[in-house]
Design a protein around this ligand. Sequence first.
Ligand code: PNS
Length: 160
Amino acid sequence: MGAIAVCPGSFDPITYGHLDIIRRGAKVFDQIYVVVLNNSSKQPLFSVDERIKLIKEVTKDIPNVKVDSFQGLLVDYAKSVNANAIIRGLRAVSDFEYEMQITSMNRVLNDEIETFFIMTNNQYSFLSSSIVKEVAKYNGDISELVPAYVEEALKDKFAK
Ligand code: PNS
């Protein structure tokens, strides 16, 4: 069995920043499960099914990526797919405290699952789904921030 990792997140919606982390992770791990999970402090714009559809479309060229969703704890999902690694992207120092809290909690819950951080490419260090939604809402240009397929989905969402 190869090295299996889970790449969790809200992905509301997936951005070029997420995609960069997924692509780089896919070069290191044999199999990556990109999993849409619930972040209780966020109110999502896209449904879980919509988010999965967007991720599937923009990762379809990466053979060792599977897309899934889960209601529950990340460590339980990881166990269910035999993953012993979690991949997270790290943008700036401001991410550190939040990531340390999640990582420490996950380690308390299951210390056999290790979290690996991939430093975001400099060009995406400011990028977040929230900022993309904010710009898209007011018809700003997001073509450099998300794939065209996601851009269309955002336009549709805000046109309604
Ligand atoms: O993209 P996000 O919102 O930063 O991702 C956070 C996420 C969804 C990975 C995190 O909230 C999570 O793991 N949620 C599932 C519930 C869980 O396992 N919580 C315990 C660790 S805090």
